[in-house]
Write a protein that binds this ligand. Sequence first.
Ligand SMILES: [Zn+2]
Length: 239
Amino acid sequence: MHPDLDRLVRAQEIDRVLTGTRGRLERLAPRRKAADDGVASARLALEQAEAHAKAVALARRTAEKDVETLGEQERKFQTQLTQVKKNEEYTALLHEIEAAKQKRSERETAVLETMDEEGRAAAAIAAAKAALAAAEKLAASEQSTIAAEESVVRAEEQALAARRDAVLADLPPALRARYDRLLGAKRGVAVAVLEKDACAACGSHLPPQKAIAVRRGEGVVECPDCGRILVPVTVPSTP
Ligand SMILES: [Zn+2]
């Protein structure tokens, strides 16, 4: 086989591996994001738990204030009770006192209920804090695993890129440009083997004369259909 064809075959093999390597690097980004998302959602849950606790504390203070105000009102009515002269005024005041008492009792119940709720809210905050700490720890470990993986894959990528450059350096510039162009246009497959007189990449059959030329391997023959560079089926030398 012509040395240029041999170089193209080796370059194609390196590029095939390189595509896989770059794919592995690209798949690291979503994993990074997933690790960060876990922390973000745990942080949001903590913020929500804190906001809820704040609202409950405010509701308790409001209920306590209501109890105080209603108590004052009651005492005021009690004082008035000793001052009224008319019977109907007396009865009306007794009703007012009773109503205030009733309302105060309701608000006292509300104070007790919100106190219970405050206890639950505090427990929820503690649980959310623990969950956040666990999520942060998990994310840190995942990020360092990803970083370690990335440095390995980057080193592989660099080594492959160096080998690729070395192989392609010996090609005539026009052929190298053609190879690179085909690689970009044909989804990473610029070189295809000839199988039973057909292009293994697109399946198109070659006219006998062209097939013979490919089998001889004396020069660059392209597939008349897909334009890829065709090579005979031979075991290429080690890339
Ligand atoms: Zn083809």
